[in-house]
Design a protein around this ligand. Structure first.
Ligand SMILES: *Cc1c(COP(=O)(O)O)cnc(C)c1O
Length: 491
């Protein structure tokens, strides 16, 4: 951001002495100005001096410079950016929930513990698992937790040589990262041209050192792993366990269960499938489910229902220990439970088919102008390998940026790594036919522009408040606060 834009955002409306606040008296009836001289700062802070309406307008206008699923279509593959019903947020913010403290005695938070317990039961049913912990804070954190459960399981059997985790080359980057953090070696398993796991390659990599195989199903190219029963049998025969990355549970919700496919451990990204807004990177929750026999290793603390019907928080010695400070991100559980209860079993089973229908609709209306490396039909998402006509010089990045000019969020780009120009689209079940049609129209228009006026696409976006930030600099030295910005401008 340049100095001019910064001043515009922060100091344009500043006038010396102008105020938008009046501080209350403190508990002793004293005004803040009566602070002893020795406790006051020597120099005034460098802050804009503005009145209240100016502050309100500044933040309200700034908020409209951002993009969210509440302002427009968000076809971001892999992350399931579905619309999140507002009633979930309302419940999570309710005055009987928001002020709860983790260290309150169990007897004073019976309702909250009932929510935790009930959600564990529903997720176990949906995943086909024996038990769940809700404690992990995100999908990646759930992966780590699940892998530590697997490690504890092998150790409990004195099966100590299992130091390897097999991961398909189409997997999300968090899979190998989590395996490494859990202390495992990672071995890639190849994909076939249709995007699914190459069973022969898997077979050649199975041996007594394999602790687990991690899989995403449908996988990251939106294909259902049809050989899953055979894969599970092979891995189990070799003494390994099957880990299910539940980030793509959405299309299977209420229809097919990882537990029935032979998975032993799984996580669910509640912020994706179960509707918590997560555009800014959180908060999230990555509950982990396990099949019967693995429950003893789940993290502490746990919520149990006692024989007299009340709820309690307990710790078990067999556990792998703590993975989070207490019981995780509670308000995400409220949203998930509200989402499950408001849909009900019947409507939950409609989520997947509608998401799949929407994805295939978009795929079929665009595949003549965008390169489709893996022929459909897909599940909830699909991947183009850039534009079909590669002679224009227009890349996937350019297409993604040009979409912003038309009020659409960009799809996921350059992931999965299987293709050079990956453009990954997941419309989700919550979008109308009209929204999909206007997205399709714009995608086709961009393809046409790429041929007739490629520079328009290459130089896009033209209409956004920020157009071409330096991605590397932003990642290395993120400027996320006003003070960061001051430091940067002063340096
Ligand atoms: C999002 C995602 C993850 C990681 O989940 P987070 O909640 O972002 O940590 C893992 N695998 C896949 C396939 C994903 O899409």
């Amino acid at each position: 951001m340049n100095r001019r834009l910064y001043d515009k955002l922060i100091f344009e409306h500043s006038h010396p002495g102008r105020r938008g606040h009046s501080l209350p008296r403190n508990d002793f009836g004293r005004h803040i100005d009566e602070l002893p001289e020795s406790c006051r700062r020597k120099d005034a802070p460098r802050l804009p001096e503005v009145d209240e309406p100016t502050v309100v307008r500044h933040y309200t206008n700034s908020s409209t410079n951002n993009f969210g699923v509440d302002t427009g279509f968000y076809p971001l593959g892999s992350c399931t950016m579905k619309y999140n019903p507002k009633i979930n947020d309302e419940l999570a913010a309710s005055p009987s929930i928001a002020p709860l403290h983790p260290f309150q005695p169990s007897s004073t938070v019976q309702g909250a513990l009932a929510v935790y317990w009930q959600l564990q039961r529903y997720l176990s049913e949906i995943g086909g698992m024996a038990e769940f912990t809700l404690n992990p804070f995100a999908g990646a954190h759930g992966e780590l937790t699940g892998l530590l459960v697997i490690k504890a399981y092998h150790q409990s059997r004195q099966d100590n040589g299992r130091d390897t985790v097999l991961i398909p080359d189409s997997a999300h980057g968090t899979n190998p990262a989590s395996a490494a953090v859990a202390g495992f070696k990672v071995v890639d398993v190849k994909s076939l041209p249709d995007g699914t796991v190459d069973v022969d390659d898997l077979r050649s990599k199975l041996n007594g050192s394999v602790a687990a195989m991690m899989m995403t199903n449908p996988n990251t190219v939106g294909m259902f792993e049809k050989n899953i029963p055979e894969i599970a049998r092979l891995v189990h025969d070799a003494g390994g366990l099957m880990y299910y990355d539940g980030a793509n549970l959405n299309p299977m919700l209420g229809i097919a269960r990882p537990g029935d496919m032979g998975f032993d451990v799984m996580h669910i990204n509640l912020h994706k499938t179960f509707s918590t807004p997560h555009g800014g990177g959180g908060p999230g929750a990555g509950p982990v489910g396990v099949r019967k026999g693995l429950e003893p290793f789940l993290p502490n603390p746990r919520v149990i229902k006692t024989p007299d019907g009340t709820f309690d928080v307990v710790s078990e010695d067999s556990s792998l220990g703590r993975i989070s400070g207490w019981l995780g991100n509670f308000t995400v559980y409220i949203r998930a439970l509200a989402y499950i209860l408001s849909l009900g079993a019947e409507n939950i089973a409609k989520v997947g088919p509608l998401a799949t229908l929407n994805a295939n609709y978009v795929l079929n209306r665009l595949k003549d102008v965008y390169e489709l490396p893996i022929a459909g039909p897909c599940k909830h998402e699909f991947v183009f390998d850039g534009l079909k006509d590669k002679s224009t010089g227009v890349t996937t990045l350019n297409v993604a940026k040009r979409l912003l000019d038309f009020g659409f969020h960009a799809p996921t780009i350059y992931f999965p790594l299987l293709f050079h120009e990956s453009l990954m689209i997941e419309p989700t079940e919550t979008e109308s036919r009209e929204t999909l049609d206007s997205f399709i129209e714009v995608m086709r228009r961009i393809a046409a522009e790429a041929a007739s006026e490629p520079d328009t696409v290459i130089q896009a976006p033209h209409d956004t408040p920020v157009s071409h930030p330096d991605d590397t600099e932003a990642a290395l030295h993120p400027v996320t606060t006003w003070k960061d910005l001051c430091d940067k401008l002063n340096s």
